[in-house]
Design a protein around this ligand. Structure first.
Ligand code: 4AD
Length: 435
């Protein structure tokens, strides 16, 4: 009986040592001599090398291998061997090659290319090592988010992306025509999450979020993905405990599942491991200002932190750090008043070390109808638009708290990437709408 050759993925090569297998792959690079051709292949699961030995195959097949162009898709058949010299550990001794799709002159060559060029070619650049590793880690973070909140008894609540309101301020809205009236692309799912928390107790939203941020920084996208948990019958301190446990869980999952990708990105795994140790420090905004002033920063009580301040604070503690109780004047209208102070609200930002900045913003929410109505008016927002939100304070209002994690900020931090554009498949920034 003729045994069928199994078709496998590269990642599973370790289970087939000594066996002949067939793999569908793309050619990343090739090098060789008159007698040998080394094909660097990828199939979306991993990267490895297939070796073509002239003496072992027909002349025609060797010629074909030698002339393959970068990014040609092919089936390679051959025996799997251990390969102690490569980090992957296995390679293939090729006995046959079938071309599936020829490649033209592929624009991204092994030479150095500028960032603008690579992002103009993002639809192709996705195939390369760094984007592959970064986006695989993003995928782990997404899966682990569902795992964490499902384990904790949260219900996923989908909030609308077309809205009539602007809870995070009116300066960075994308406006669009909605059958003759103005609609905005959602800046946050939070207000809907609050309605959900009153129905399901603990909810989280997870979806795209839009901010027409003019700021061209390495941390800002105009379209990013946010995870927003909201918990009824919960105060801020309990919310902070959930936040740090969540971040620690996510980092542990990446360490467990993405060793290959962390190595590709040369991310320090021991350093990441140190960020799984809890608790994270809690520092009041007041103390943070003092600490900054003592260290030569020209900051006054009342200002929002910029990137240098955030970087200093988190590096000072060498861990993610919560800055708690920000000035009321620089925070959103819904945040809870402090029990004893007029000028601050019960809020917290989680700052990541190594210059990655704010990854979480959150607060306890005020529960009082009259106070929130007054704050909405003070902020110049339309009472009509927020009538439904104020209803939540009329029919069994309870203490509740929540937070928002920016997925791409977290991906940037965990992968050690310099720029947030690397953390999303097709970034949207002030100067980029395509591809
Ligand atoms: O601090 P923000 O604006 O908070 C909210 O939107 C609240 N409604 C969250 C809540 O309490 N449910 O944004 C939360 C997080 C930030 O900490 C940051 O990680 C991310 O969203 N973020 C951005 N990420 C990328 N590009 C931008 N332009 C971002 N703006 C905020």
């Amino acid at each position: 009986m003729v045994q069928e050759i199994p078709t496998i993925q590269i990642i599973d090569a370790k289970n087939y040592v000594g066996q002949t297998v067939k793999i569908g792959a793309w050619l990343r690079q090739k090098r060789g001599s008159g007698k040998l051709a080394f094909l660097q292949l990828r199939d979306g699961s991993a990267f490895f090398q297939a070796v073509v030995v002239k003496a072992d195959i027909s002349e025609a097949l060797f010629e074909l291998a030698k002339n393959l162009k970068q990014e040609t898709s092919l089936y390679v058949t051959g025996e799997i061997h251990e390969d102690a010299r490569s980090s992957f550990g296995y390679e293939m001794a090729v006995s046959n090659i079938e071309i599936i799709g020829e490649s033209h002159d592929y624009p991204i060559t092994p030479k150095e290319h500028g960032t603008d060029f690579l992002f103009d070619e993002r639809h192709l650049y996705l195939r390369h090592l760094k984007p592959f590793a970064t986006l695989k880690i993003r995928n782990t973070l997404i899966a682990a988010t569902y795992e964490f909140f499902n384990n904790e008894g949260f219900t996923k609540l989908d909030s609308p992306l077309l809205t009539g309101s602007a809870p995070e301020g009116t300066t960075d809205l994308f406006e669009t025509d909605y059958f003759g009236e103005s609609a905005f692309l959602s800046q946050t799912g939070q207000l809907y999450a609050e309605a959900g928390a009153m129905a399901f107790g603990k909810v989280f939203t997870f979806g795209p979020t839009f901010r027409a941020e003019k700021s061209k920084t390495r941390r800002h996208l105009t379209e990013f993905w946010m995870i927003e948990p909201e918990m009824a019958f919960m105060h801020q301190e309990e919310s902070l405990v959930i936040q740090e446990r969540y971040i620690s869980f996510l980092i542990s999952k990446v360490l467990e599942k993405n060793e290959q990708e962390l190595d590709i990105l040369k991310r320090d795994k021991d350093l990441l491991q140190s960020y799984t140790e809890l608790p994270y420090p809690r520092v009041s905004y007041d103390d943070a200002i003092k600490l900054l002033q003592e260290n030569g920063f020209d900051v006054e009580w009342g200002v929002d932190f910029g990137s240098p301040e955030e970087t200093f604070l988190a590096n000072h503690f060498a861990k993610p750090v919560f800055i708690v109780n920000f000035p009321k004047a620089i925070k959103a209208f819904y945040m809870k008043r402090h029990a004893t102070r007029e000028d601050v609200v019960v809020s917290a930002d989680l700052l990541a070390p190594e210059g990655y900045g704010e990854i979480i913003g959150g607060s306890e929410r005020d529960t009082d109808y009259d106070y929130l109505k007054q704050r909405i008016e003070e902020e110049g927002l339309s009472l009509e638009e927020y009538g439904w939100y104020l209803d939540l304070r009329q029919y069994g209002s309870v203490p509740h708290a929540g937070f928002g994690l920016g997925l791409e900020r977290l991906v940037t931090f965990v992968t050690g990437e310099e720029h947030i554009r690397e953390a999303i498949p097709f970034p949207r920034m002030t100067n980029r709408l395509r591809p």
